[in-house]
Design a protein around this ligand. Structure first.
Ligand code: G
Ligand code: G
Ligand code: MN
Ligand code: NA
Length: 254
C-alpha cells in the first residue's frame, strides 16, 4: 500500500525515467534500436526496478496514465532523433495487459504520433503472450489496428506461454522476441539449442523477424547468428542505460 500511494505521487513529481537497452543487428553488429525500460527514482529507496512497481501499477490502474507517459516519452525521443546518426533507430515499448485491453490506447497513440509527425514504423510495441491471451479477440483486433497504422508489433517472452503456436496463428505481428530462458542454456542444453533454432526457422517461414533476449556470451551470439537470428539484445552488448548514454554509444559506433 505504501508503494501504491507513493506511485501516483511519483508520476506527478516526474520520478520516472526511461532507460534504453540497445538492440543489435547480428549480421552487421550495428545498433538498430532500443527497448525502453522504465525506472523509478524513489527519493528514499533509490532506484526501483519495474518488477517491483509494474505489478502494483497494473493492480491499481496507475498503469494507464503511466503507460501513456511512457508512450509520450518514447514518441518525443523518436522526435528528437531526427539527426543523420540517430534517425534510423527503432524504439520498442512494453505494453501491459491493461493498456492493451483499455479503450484509450489507440487514440493516445494517434495523438502522440501525429503531434510529432513520427514515422510509425520506428515505434514497436511489445506485447507478452500472456497479456494477449487474456482476451484473444480484443488483442487480435488491437494488433490489426496497430499494424494498419504501420506501427510494429513484437511478441515479448515468446515461448513462455501455454499456446505460443496458436498465438502465431491468431495474431498478426512483425517480430518475436525469444525469451531469455531459452537463450540462457543454448550452449549446455541441446534441447534449448534445437528449440531456438527451430523457432527462428519457423518465424522466418512465416515472414516474421526474430530478436533474441538475454544474450550474455559470445558463444550465444555466435550460435544465434549461425542460425540466422536477425537481432539480439542482452548484457553482452549493453545493459539498459540512460538516454544520453545510449545516444553517445550510437554516435561513437558510427
Ligand atoms: O528493465 P527490466 O529490468 O528489469 O524490466 C523488468 C520487466 O518490467 C520486464 O518484463 C519489462 O517488460 C517490464 N517493463 C519495463 N518497462 C516497462 C514499461 O514501460 N511498461 C510495462 N508495461 N512494462 C515494463
Ligand atoms: O520486457 P522484458 O521482460 O523482456 O524485459 C527485459 C528484461 O530483461 C529487463 O529486466 C532487462 O533489464 C533484462 N535483461 C536484459 N538483458 C539481459 C541479459 O542479458 N541478462 C539478463 N539476465 N537480463 C537481461
Ligand atoms: Mn520487453
Ligand atoms: Na521479454
Amino acid at each position: 500500500l505504501m508503494l501504491e500511494n507513493r506511485l501516483w505521487q511519483a508520476l506527478e513529481q516526474n520520478e520516472f525515467e526511461l532507460y534504453l537497452q540497445p538492440q543489435i543487428e547480428l549480421a552487421t553488429q550495428r545498433i538498430i534500436g532500443a527497448e525502453a525500460l522504465l525506472r523509478w527514482h524513489h527519493p528514499e529507496l533509490g532506484m526501483v526496478g519495474p518488477d517491483r512497481f509494474i505489478p502494483i501499477a497494473e493492480e491499481s490502474g496507475l498503469i494507464l496514465p503511466l503507460g501513456d507517459w511512457v508512450l509520450q516519452r518514447a514518441t518525443s525521443l523518436l522526435d528528437s532523433w531526427r539527426t543523420p546518426e540517430l534517425s534510423h533507430l527503432r524504439l520498442a515499448v512494453n505494453l501491459s495487459a491493461r493498456q492493451c485491453h483499455g479503450p484509450g490506447l489507440l487514440p493516445h497513440l494517434d495523438r502522440m504520433l501525429h503531434s510529432h509527425g513520427i514515422d510509425p514504423a520506428l515505434l514497436e510495441l511489445e506485447i507478452t503472450e500472456s497479456a494477449a491471451m487474456q482476451d484473444p479477440e480484443r488483442s487480435r483486433a488491437l494488433l490489426i489496428e496497430l499494424r494498419s497504422r504501420g506501427i510494429k508489433v513484437a511478441i515479448d517472452d515468446f515461448g513462455t506461454g501455454y499456446s505460443s503456436l496458436s498465438y502465431l496463428k491468431l495474431f498478426e505481428i512483425d517480430r518475436i522476441k525469444i525469451d531469455r530462458g531459452f537463450v540462457k542454456d543454448i550452449e549446455s542444453d541441446p534441447n534449448d539449442a534445437v528449440i531456438v533454432a527451430a523457432t527462428i526457422a519457423l518465424a522466418h517461414s512465416l515472414g516474421l523477424e526474430v530478436i533474441a533476449e538475454g544474450v550474455e556470451t559470445e558463444a550465444q551470439r555466435d550460435f544465434l547468428r549461425a542460425k540466422q537470428c536477425d537481432e539480439a539484445q542482452g548484457y553482452l552488448f549493453a545493459r539498459p542505460m540512460p538516454v544520453a548514454q545510449f545516444e553517445a554509444m550510437v554516435r561513437n559506433a558510427t
